[in-house]
Design a protein around this ligand. Structure first.
Ligand SMILES: Nc1ncnc2c1ncn2[C@@H]1O[C@H](COP(=O)(O)OP(=O)(O)OP(=O)(O)O)[C@@H](O)[C@H]1O
Ligand SMILES: [Mg+2]
Length: 351
């Protein structure tokens, strides 16, 4: 007899500032197979600082993606990040999840800079506090209702249904979990450098112990190129990827890329130093993802500024795919964009 209920599949939809990334996975006995993957570039200023400015353009891009890829699944997992999202690790007197549930909003009030009426509050139990066994550590997440509505409206207008709203840094963690095995007590930083935001998640023994969004990314590099070489945004994007444009002074271009990469690396280093200083611990291993991490020389600058091993994350490391449907070179080329999307696609309805 067939089982009555199959675990319901979702598509992961990573709505970034520069592009929407759609990923659908099939899970068979704990291993994943790539079913669909697509990227739709967004017109400039569709989303600014996480706020949807041009909802029509976003809806159109999502519709194009789902129709081009012939997606049947209607349920999606999306993620949010940025200023309207607050993530905080807090310690409370020991209690169970059931005891915390009804009082979380009152508890959260003192930790969030918004009116508690304006936000949706969620939490995850992390375990007993290492220093004080009478306390329990909890990851508190609060997101502005207005922002959530903005995104769920877009999904609905695209003919889809929002089943899960995740947070970028946690999606990154899920991507890591299915692909990598960390050593016990190893401290790892997952860093996704996007177009406008860099998500940083520090993880130890499969638990997020620190996270922060830094509002810098590939766009800053593009804007510096625009300014220094008097070119358009589009031309600067082309130049950044190493393609040549006639009449461009390559020496100035390389200097500009090096200078702006350095300032991104410095911000990352500051965040990591802040973590290290307040936790008396060293970050052993950094995994980079996000389109911004493809910037020539950026990985090396991060390597120089930190004493950690730095490598590019491979979101498809443990995901099988049919070589007839997906070109290996293409997958390699786009893998860094896919980190958050892969993490979202591993989610299941109701988990
Ligand atoms: N080959 C490349 N070299 C340098 N930068 C690149 C390259 N390819 C893409 N980028 C940059 O990567 C960024 C887009 O990456 P990604 O798709 O991860 O961002 P996003 O998810 O759209 O943005 P965010 O997460 O900040 O909202 C852009 O700034 C783009 O210019
Ligand atoms: Mg992104």
């Amino acid at each position: 007899m067939l089982p009555l209920f199959y675990p319901k599949n979702l598509i992961g939809l990573d709505i970034g500032t520069s592009a929407v990334k759609l990923i659908e996975l099939d899970e068979i006995k704990g291993s994943y197979k790539l079913k669909n993957f697509g990227v739709a570039k967004l017109p400039k200023e569709t989303i600014v600082n996480g706020v949807v400015i041009n909802a029509d353009a976003l809806v159109q891009s999502i519709k194009n993606l789902t129709s081009n890829l012939k997606i049947n699944c209607k349920n999606v997992a999306i993620s949010i990040s940025g200023h309207p999202v607050i993530i905080k690790k807090i310690s409370l007197p020991f209690m169970t999840e059931d005891e915390l549930e009804p009082i979380i909003e009152t508890e959260a009030e003192q930790y969030i800079p918004f009116d508690v009426e304006e936000v949706n509050v969620d939490f995850q139990m992390l375990g007993v506090n290492e220093e004080n066994p009478e306390e329990i550590d909890v990851m508190l997440v609060a997101a502005k209702k207005a922002m959530i509505e903005e995104y769920t409206d877009v999904i609905q207008n695209s003919g889809l249904k929002t089943s899960i709203i995740d947070i970028d840094v946690f999606a990154l963690e899920n991507m890591f979990e299915i692909n990598y095995t960390a050593e016990e007590n190893e401290i790892i930083a997952l860093i996704d450098i996007g177009a406008s935001v860099t998500n940083i998640n520090i993880v130890k023994n499969s638990v997020s112990i620190f996270n922060r969004d830094v509002f810098l990314g590939g766009n800053q590099i593009t804007e510096e190129i625009q300014k220094d070489l008097s070119v358009s945004f589009e031309e600067a994007e082309i130049l950044k990827t190493g393609e040549k444009i006639e009449g461009i002074n390559n020496e100035i271009l390389n200097q500009t890329i090096a200078k702006s990469s350095s300032s991104i690396a410095r911000e990352i280093q500051r965040t990591l130093d802040f973590f290290a200083g307040s936790n008396y611990s060293e970050i052993q291993h950094i995994y980079l993802s996000g389109g911004g991490s493809k910037t020539k020389g950026l990985k090396e600058i991060i390597e120089e500024k930190t004493s950690s091993i730095v490598e590019f994350a491979d979101p498809f490391k443990s995901i099988e795919y049919n070589r007839k449907n997906f070109d290996t070179e293409y997958i390699k080329d786009v893998s860094l964009f896919a980190a958050v999307g892969v993490g979202l696609a591993t989610r299941k309805i109701g988990d």
